[in-house]
Ligand binder design. Structure first.
Ligand SMILES: Cc1cc2nc3c(=O)[nH]c(=O)nc-3n(C[C@H](O)[C@H](O)[C@H](O)COP(=O)(O)OP(=O)(O)OC[C@H]3O[C@@H](n4cnc5c(N)ncnc54)[C@H](O)[C@@H]3O)c2cc1C
Length: 403
């Protein structure tokens, strides 16, 4: 942190943070961790008190595990070794794996742990603080190398660089001008169940291909609570709600009172969407970084958050707008070369899945290479992008099915 106006000893100088991060989900906590580990003065601002609830299945796939701070103990509630696939409640078939496929966590616990890791790395955390807006010009901004982060109560915090990680309904994405090409509505219920029911689900998830194009539902067990949810394109909220009710009813879970029922939008960026403006970068849901087919977003948040934290450090050191822009472009390049490629494949998968859910079901339940690919992607030994790159046959199959 440096002090402005050091020559005016009588006035209280406003501290200027190297990096201010807005939002303490996985993206923000990762960004704060990365910038603090680089030895910079980092302030992480979160509007909620922690731990806070977040509508999410809490599925932790391999790339999420691989992007955690070193030594971070994953608070796993269950380890998935079997997947039951069904088509709107019919044609159920279970596939099993000796090796763990993916893990399941509770978001409040997981997110709070990541924030603690960022704090231990040296970041300062303020909770219960909502950011109203950021300003890069005007009276609140003392010089061209500074961004003013204006809080809801009117307080202004100054930074050399800002990372917007305030989720899918955040303010910073709007400041940057994030453009979207897909918005979905996820509905979820956290259902406490008796031990006999919990035992039946231990180590096994259900994935149900839904009645609306591109929709699907899931049961993720977490000990004595089942997270049951559905996701579908935004626009038919009533239909999505009906799908969740039918899904819960079919599973014989309608008699158990959910501890939490909630909904949340997921948003995917368009290919040409900006990832920065001036000294402000966006990452995670705030940037629309999410796998379009499965709507998996934790690994995208962790990975983009880490990269954003690293490039925010460079921006904080930039002497002028041209240098800041160069670093911001480097950030965009790093995101597009990695997560952007995965999103492009995910978009094609979603299009295909919307048209031919039955084919996906048949392949995953009846064609071993497809199941192996699913297992490898969830374990993190490959990614959708890598599979298409490395296997010309997969590329050809996608091209054929695309027609
Ligand atoms: C129903 C559903 C199920 C899902 N299931 C999975 C899953 O199983 N696995 C998976 O990988 N992904 C899943 N996702 C996606 C995943 O939840 C998100 O992609 C992930 O949470 C993104 O993390 P983030 O840090 O970018 O944003 P968030 O987790 O949303 O965090 C943003 C933070 O910013 C804070 N904030 C917002 N506005 C402000 C402000 N103005 N000032 C200060 N703080 C602010 C919020 O309080 C919040 O803590 C699911 C999504 C939905 C909707």
């Amino acid at each position: 942190m440096s002090s402005e106006n050091e020559d005016h000893a009588e006035s209280v100088a406003a501290p200027v943070w190297d990096v201010v991060v807005v939002g303490a989900g996985p993206a923000g906590a990762s960004a704060a961790y990365a910038a603090a580990t680089a030895g910079r003065q980092v302030l992480l601002l979160e509007k909620a008190e922690l731990p806070r609830y977040k509508t999410c299945g809490g599925g932790i796939i391999g790339p999420s595990r691989d992007s955690l701070p070193p030594g971070f103990e994953l608070p796993l509630r269950d380890r998935v070794h079997a997947v039951t696939f069904s088509m709107n409640g019919k044609l159920a078939r279970t596939r099993r794996s000796k090796k763990m496929l993916f893990g399941l966590i509770n978001r409040p616990e997981f997110d709070a742990g990541l924030v603690t890791a960022a704090e231990k790395a040296g970041a300062t955390v303020r909770t219960g603080v909502a950011v109203a807006r950021v300003e890069q010009h005007g009276p609140a901004v003392p010089d061209r190398r500074t961004v003013a982060v204006v809080l809801a109560d009117g307080e202004t915090v100054l930074a050399r660089a800002v990372v917007g990680a305030d989720g899918s309904a955040g303010r910073i994405g709007a400041h940057v001008g994030v453009k979207l090409d897909q918005v979905d509505l996820g509905l979820e219920a956290e259902i406490p169940v008796p031990k006999t029911v919990a035992d039946d689900w231990a180590g096994r998830v259900l994935i149900d291909w839904g009645p609306m194009p591109g929709s699907y539902g899931w049961v993720f067990p977490k000990g004595d609570v089942l997270t049951v949810g559905v996701i579908s394109a935004r626009g038919d909220g009533a239909g999505t709600k009906r799908y969740l009710e039918d899904f819960i009813g079919r599973l014989g879970l309608a008699g158990f009172e959910p501890a939490v029922s909630s909904g949340h939008l997921t948003r995917c960026r368009s290919d040409d969407s900006p990832l920065s403006r001036g000294r402000v970068l966006v990452c995670g849901d705030a940037a629309g970084l999410l796998e379009p087919w499965t709507r998996e977003g934790i690994s995208f948040a962790l990975r983009s958050g880490k990269i954003a934290g690293e490039w925010a450090v460079r921006i904080s050191e930039a002497h002028d707008a041209v240098d800041a822009r160069r670093q911001a472009l480097n950030y965009a390049f790093a995101i597009k070369a990695g997560l952007g490629v995965e999103m492009a494949v995910g978009r094609r998968m979603l299009k295909l899945f919307e048209r031919r859910p039955g084919l996906f079901h048949a392949l995953l339940t009846g064609f071993r290479p497809a199941w192996n690919a699913f297992a490898n992607v969830t374990r993190g030994s490959t990614s959708l992008g890598e599979m298409v790159r490395a296997h010309p046959a997969a590329q050809r199959l996608l091209n054929t099915l695309d027609k």
